[in-house]
Design a protein around this ligand. Structure first.
Ligand code: NAD
Ligand code: UDP
Length: 316
């Protein structure tokens, strides 16, 4: 296949490009570097199976030559307003990448009669009242809340993807990605994994927002990308959760990182940095992925964190 990957210079997009090329496909990468980095794809320069265009997906997209698949990953993804690379600080760009970017990439797929895969998110479930979250849950998201620029853009993107599938008979896929971590995460986008690892490596206290009782379920990037690739090859049009169901509180997560790195500076609680619509609990129900894709994560938290910490050490 010749596959267009938007957000190719980002954390997940760059791993996806590597996976597609390893599996024998040709990749056309697109990115405007708003939160990503050319460093993430530098190793692909000169690879005859990789082309790259610097472009904003919110504007009309033209890719020369036939495409067999389009995978739309371009969007800011960090909720932390303390970072300039977060969606609260890129609110219009985030809505445009999710709305106009999805429309443009669906248009490219339609013009090429190509398969389309949307990178959606567990954020569409909002602050969930159902636990764990299965795909059948419609969510509990505030349309004007602090995270809404991201949540609503992704909800719109899912709806538009299904409209193209139902009305234009486009061959579409939707993956709902739960918290994923690993090498090539941006060090300064404010997400909990880079924040905690950097703080621990510098011997500083870890900044737990609120009381740390909120939970997340962290998936190692290789597992996630394997699941997304299987979804691309599948015939499933309805959304599929991909994530690791191993749920942990943010406080336990901080303690685990301090333990692995040997950081003696402990933990500091920051009550006011936890924002109103920060989900209290998040855990994927991956029953559908297991039965449809025969996929489940293989990398446990300790093994995944060790690889991630090695990457961060190489970057500071
Ligand atoms: P990232 O910030 O590392 O990557 C996003 C990439 O998209 C960056 O390279 C950025 O420059 C690019 N981009 C953003 N807006 C663009 C635009 N208008 N035009 C062209 N390129 C643009 O984030 P990530 O964690 O790799 O997330 C990738 C995708 O996966 C996003 O769509 C995100 O919503 C989704 N996702 C990620 C996670 C996660 O845990 N990492 C969880 C749920 C969903
Ligand atoms: N968080 C934290 N300290 C930090 C950064 C984040 O306690 O330095 C918390 C944040 O409030 C949230 C969780 O960690 O409850 C996960 O945050 P992240 O930004 O990684 O993404 P989210 O899962 O909220 O989209």
């Amino acid at each position: 296949m010749r596959v267009l990957v938007t957000g190719a210079a980002g954390f997940l997009g760059s791993h996806l490009c590597d996976k597609l090329i390893r599996e024998g496909h040709k990749v056309v990468g697109l990115d405007n570097f708003i939160t990503g980095s050319p460093d993430n794809i530098a190793h692909l320069a000169g690879n005859s199976n990789f082309e790259f265009f610097k472009h904003d997906v919110s504007n009309y997209i033209f890719v020369p030559g036939k495409l067999d698949a389009v995978m739309h990953f371009a969007s800011p993804a960090s909720p932390n307003p303390l970072s300039p690379f977060s969606y609260p600080n890129l609110p219009i760009q985030t809505m445009k990448a999710g709305a106009l970017g999805t429309h443009n990439t669906l248009g490219v797929a339609k013009a090429n009669d190509a398969r389309f895969l949307l990178a959606s998110t567990s954020e569409i479930y909002g602050d969930p009242e159902v636990h764990p979250q299965a795909e059948s849950y419609w969510g509990h998201a505030d349309p004007v809340g602090f995270r809404s620029v991201y949540d609503e853009a992704k909800r719109f993107a899912e709806s538009l993807t299904m409209a193209y599938h139902r009305f234009h008979k486009l061959d579409t896929r939707i993956v709902r990605i739960f918290n994923t971590y690993g090498p090539k995460m941006r060090l300064d986008d404010g997400r909990v994994v880079p924040n905690f690892i950097l703080q621990a490596l510098k011997g500083e206290p870890l900044t737990v927002y609120g009381d740390g009782a909120q939970t997340r379920s962290f998936c190692y990037v290789d597992d996630l990308i394997d699941g997304i690739y299987l979804l691309l090859l599948s015939e499933e049009h309805l959304p599929v959760n991909i994530g690791n169901p191993a749920e942990i509180t943010i406080l336990q997560f901080a303690e685990e990182i301090n333990r692995i790195i040997g950081n003696k500076a402990g933990i500091e609680f920051h009550a006011t940095k936890r924002l109103g619509d920060d989900p209290q609990r998040r855990q994927p129900d991956i029953t559908r992925a297991k039965s449809i894709l025969h996929w489940e994560p293989k990398v446990n938290l300790l093994a995944g964190l060790e690889k991630t910490i090695d990457y961060f050490k190489s970057k500071i």
